[in-house]
Ligand binder design. Structure first.
Ligand code: PXP
Length: 237
């Protein structure tokens, strides 16, 4: 049975609009865990556009399941991550202007440097995942760095405009996952997944954990907004 990690960055995105206290990422993490999720994912970006350093420490303190910290392998963020000690880190590429993570990390192109980064985390008993496109060379390179798992970037699969393109992307993910399994890597997947496109991937029975943010937070508006309005009406009337 596959597991679900919920990415709650968008809760911080909303809070940062007012630079206030609401909505609280800690409360959101508690709600996510109470609903049965297997873990919490947050991305401490170099530009701190949503999650802040204090979020990471506060969430680490209350998390009962597992904390996955998504991050660029930059010196500054590595320093924070080593202090926080999440259960695992997912190394992602980061560009300042992007709306969200675009594409997987080029592990093959920086294998030696990433090997050293993996060692640093392993010394503190923090597991390491590489967020990679479903490409054989990236999966093999991830194994070579000593990483514990890969997270397959599903953004291209999620964005396809035709059934033919979806079949092609699905096959790439399947082949990458089979190779990762043969190499003994644990396999996660995420980016762009929603309540319909996740089903096909789940049926593969190769992906252990799905990391999903945007569509879950979006659905929470449809599911929760009515209740929130009713509570306010009760107070006002
Ligand atoms: N996995 C990684 C590595 C990500 O960067 C993100 C987005 O922050 C996600 C998963 C979740 O993607 P989405 O919000 O599209 O579900």
């Amino acid at each position: 049975m596959a597991k679900l990690n919920v990415n709650i960055d968008h809760v911080a995105t909303l809070r940062q609009q007012r630079l206030g206290k609401e909505p609280s990422t800690v409360r959101a993490a508690e709600v996510v865990e109470a609903a049965g999720a297997d873990g919490i994912t947050i991305h401490l970006r170099e530009d701190r556009r949503h999650i802040q350093d204090f979020d990471v420490f506060a969430i680490k303190n209350i998390v009962k399941t597992k904390l996955n910290l998504e991050m660029a392998a930059s010196k500054e963020i590595i320093r924070v991550a080593l202090k926080v000690r999440p259960n695992w880190v997912t190394l992602v590429p980061e560009k300042r202007q992007e709306l969200t993570t675009e594409g997987g990390l080029d592990v093959a192109g920086q294998k030696n440097r990433l090997k050293k980064v993996v060692k640093l985390f392993h010394k503190k008993n923090i597991l390491v995942s590489m967020f990679v496109d479903p490409e054989m060379k990236q999966v093999k390179a991830s194994k070579d760095t000593g990483a514990d798992f890969i997270e397959i970037h599903t953004g291209t699969y999620a964005d396809v405009k035709s059934k033919k393109a979806e079949d092609k992307e699905f096959l790439k993910i399947k082949e990458a996952a089979i190779l990762a399994k043969l190499l003994g890597l644990k396999i996660n997947a995420g980016h762009g997944l929603n309540y319909s496109n996740v089903m096909r991937l789940r049926k593969l029975n190769l992906i252990e954990e799905f990391s999903i943010g945007h569509s879950v937070i979006a659905a929470s508006i449809y599911i929760g907004l009515g209740k929130a309005v009713k509570e306010m009406i009760k107070l006002i009337k």
